[in-house]
Design a protein around this ligand. Structure first.
Ligand SMILES: *Cc1c(COP(=O)(O)O)cnc(C)c1O
Length: 418
């Protein structure tokens, strides 16, 4: 069966999707299996698992029962075929690229993406002969023009960070589908609560589960979901032929599990999956509050003359507001940015906040604030910064779950002392 728990609503799937109750003990929480290897009754039984004739766990670098259940839940939430967990969001992105592309191949990527991904595509992969063509995130035609015979994947994020621009996923998916190229969508900042990219034509969905999925800022993780809507016999991906012959529709996840993730050792820690299985149960409730609080902060700042500009996809003045309305069903996430004229004013503003923590993370229950130009974007050159919408006077917030009155007061008080 392709889709687990298809009949229930997503709020219910967060809590019940794809977990079988633990039969031997009746444990209601996700059991944590801290075992490196799994023993078998006979040499024949272990041989059968290695040969792929029987399903079974062998070694936790490859799979583990705790990871398996977390993967199944994430897969159900993204309406996928199968999912593979990874050590981090960056590990998930790296594994996906390594599974699709090799030396001489190319990536087409939105240009206003997460700094770590930008660095991976623009710098690290270049050393291994994989070239990335960055295009303006919201310029749909630019994707069409950039795709060529060497292109192995098109990569976009649902909301660029920190630029907060919103690509039209369905329009880009029409192009990738026409060209027979895999569309990879990083859904970290919107989560399946705001958007299931599969419904818009994404082929692979990626998450840094360190952010909203976990929700409490205490563990790093990532996941790759194959949406099951790409034909892996496509000649562009001839390197997957042997996997396709054996695993058909599951060719890509088999290549990831039995080759890329296994050989490179990108495995997710079972304890982190345990923490995230707790976090994920409240994802829908948390996202509702993250979005409501961020919308109120955006509204407050948008009318404030002490702030040069406020950017939030939920504001009607946002250039991609219409796309955001269409894609996110009236909710716009927890990220917003403001500009304050100078770097010095940004630093004074950040230093003057009482609750908001100055940290390089997002999607935590706590409100977080950061000055991108001096932190996670500092290694980028001027042209790259411009593409990513990072100016010296930009401040990014990840709005948390505190009472909205306290968040607004904190911001207001700090603006007063500028
Ligand atoms: C944080 C983040 C990543 C990287 O995830 P890690 O878990 O930190 O490795 C990738 N994409 C986006 C959009 C992110 O916010």
């Amino acid at each position: 069966m392709k889709k687990d728990c298809q009949k229930s609503h997503i709020e219910t799937q967060l809590i019940h999707g794809a977990y079988e109750p633990e039969k031997t003990t009746g444990a209601t929480a996700l059991p944590l299996f801290l075992s490196t290897a799994f023993a078998y009754q006979s040499a024949e039984a272990l041989e059968a698992v290695f040969a792929g004739r029987e399903a079974g766990f062998v070694y936790s670098r490859i799979n583990n029962p705790t990871l398996d259940r977390f993967e199944r839940r994430m897969n159900a939430l993204e309406n996928g075929l199968a999912a593979i967990s990874c050590a981090s969001g960056m590990a998930a992105i790296s594994a996906t690229v390594l599974g699709l592309a090799g030396t001489g191949d190319e990536i087409v990527s939105a240009n206003s993406i997460f700094g770590g991904t930008y660095s991976l595509f623009g710098h690290t992969l270049k050393r291994y002969g994989v070239k990335t063509n960055f295009v303006n995130t919201t310029d749909v035609d630019a994707y069409r023009e950039a795709i060529n015979d060497l292109t192995k994947l098109v990569f976009i994020e649902t909301i660029g960070n920190p630029k907060l621009d919103v690509p039209d996923i369905a329009a880009i998916a029409r192009i990738t589908s026409e060209k027979g190229v895999v569309l990879v969508v990083d859904n970290t900042v919107t989560t399946p609560i705001l958007l299931q990219p599969e419904a818009l034509g994404a082929n692979i969905v990626i998450h840094s589960t360190s952010k909203y999925i976990n929700g409490h800022g205490n563990a790093i993780g990532g996941i790759i979901v194959d949406c099951g809507n790409f034909d892996w016999s496509n000649k562009r991906y001839a390197h997957l032929d042997t996997f396709y012959k054996r695993f058909r529709n599951f060719a890509f996840v088999a290549a990831l599990r039995n080759q890329i993730c296994r050989d490179i050792g990108l495995c997710f820690a079972p304890f982190n999956a345990f923490l995230m299985s707790i976090g994920i149960e409240s994802l829908a409730v948390r996202l509702e509050r993250h979005c409501a609080n961020a919308a109120k902060v955006a509204e407050f700042l948008a009318g404030d003359s002490r702030v040069t500009a406020t950017r939030y996809p939920g504001l009607t003045g946002h250039p991609d507001h219409e796309v955001a309305v269409r894609q996110f069903h009236g909710r716009y996430g927890g990220l917003l940015t403001l500009t304050l004229g100078t770097k010095e004013r940004c630093f004074r503003f950040i230093n003057g906040l009482k609750f908001a923590q100055n940290a390089a993370n997002l999607g935590d229950a706590k409100t977080l604030v950061i000055h991108p130009a001096s932190t996670f974007c500092r290694d980028l050159d001027e042209q790259e910064r411009q593409a990513m919408g990072v100016t010296e006077d930009l401040v990014r917030f990840s709005i948390g779950l505190e009472h909205i009155g306290d968040i607004v007061n904190d911001i207001d008080d700090s603006l007063k002392q500028l």
